[in-house]
Design a protein. Structure first.
Length: 180
């Protein structure tokens, strides 16, 4: 049985969790999220804790959903209470980003600038000219938008230029040797 699934989810103050059958809705200061979980997994609330239960089921599919449902609900609770964010760094001479309303324009070594518009529910903020912060309440959406921005110009392994996650280590390869 999943160790993650057995951990209780602590519901912070100001967050309201409603469980109607197999539909979970979480409301907090940052917003509201809804999730329809598998009917085999039961979610119960006791005080300020939520616990998942699958009963005595030994079916592999149900056991695999046990930890998944717990993680998704815990991410929803964290998202509506604190929110999620990913920070990206732009490295390279002349590489920069500029905010234009809800859009961000990247100049990263191409002959044209690349305009990126965030989907609904995700906010983009440019700090300085070389840092971009992606934030929102849905962890999956924030991670996907950050990955899409990184894919505009991934880090290059010979010079290290490109867009990378904050704190990401890029292994720089040795260039070609010149014959002397």
């Amino acid at each position: 049985m999943s160790r993650i699934g057995r951990k209780p989810i602590i519901v912070p103050k100001g967050v309201d969790v409603n469980v109607n059958g197999h539909v979970v809705s979480v409301k907090g200061p940052q917003g509201t999220m809804k999730y329809e979980m598998a009917p085999e997994v039961k979610l119960t609330r006791s005080g300020d804790h939520l616990t998942c239960d699958i009963g005595d089921s030994t079916e592999k599919r149900v056991r695999s959903l046990f930890g998944l449902v717990r993680s998704l609900v815990a991410n929803m609770v964290t998202g509506v209470s604190q929110g999620w964010h990913r920070q990206l760094e732009i490295v390279g001479i002349g590489y920069k980003a500029k905010q234009e309303g809800a859009k961000v324009v990247f100049n990263v070594g191409y002959s044209h600038s690349v305009t990126f518009e965030a989907p609904k529910g995700v906010a983009l903020k440019v700090e300085g000219t070389n840092k971009v912060v992606v934030s929102g309440i849905d962890k999956q959406a924030v991670g996907q938008v950050a990955a899409d921005i990184r894919a505009i110009k991934p880090p290059e392994h010979y010079k290290g230029t490109g867009i990378r996650y904050a704190g990401e280590k890029v292994r720089i390869k040795e260039g070609k040797k010149l014959a002397a």
